[in-house]
Design a protein around this ligand. Structure first.
Ligand SMILES: [Zn+2]
Length: 135
């Protein structure tokens, strides 16, 4: 991968048709956020961009009561999640608007909301239905 590619890749999540993309190392099978271009395990520079599983666990979250430096309008309050993807990388995402009042706790299973992400052009996750069975 060239320096140009790394420089033009945003340091945010990359979505294609609502799918969250990650970089994968074909040499050692490590995975990374899409804006990284070199494998820190084996130093390979030919990471492949592929869709993530869309599943992860909630690590942390912040509830914004007012708009905060976002270039788009969101009804407040809104919640920004830190999610540990099953593939390994940690990504930030919005909580699906319909789940804003949900009771959050660490390690809840979350899944990519492809429709909401497509509509918003942002990474949106929702609580997985499997949480209700274990609650
Ligand atoms: Zn590697």
């Amino acid at each position: 991968m060239s320096h140009t590619d790394a420089a033009t890749t945003s340091r945010t999540s990359v979505l294609v048709d609502g799918q969250l993309m990650l970089r994968y190392c074909d040499s050692c099978h490590a995975s990374y956020a899409a804006w990284l271009s070199i494998c820190s395990s084996c130093m390979a520079a030919d990471l492949t961009l592929r869709a993530a599983s869309g599943h992860g666990r909630l690590n942390s979250w912040v509830v914004y009561q007012r708009q905060y430096a976002l270039p788009f309008d969101l009804p407040v309050p809104y919640t920004v999640l830190a999610i540990d993807l099953h593939e390994g990388p940690r990504v930030n995402a919005l909580l699906a608007p319909g789940q804003q009042m949900a009771s959050l706790r660490r390690d809840l299973q979350v899944e990519l909301d492809v429709d909401a992400a497509s509509a918003a052009g942002r990474t949106v996750f929702r609580l997985a239905e499997s949480n209700e069975m274990s609650a």
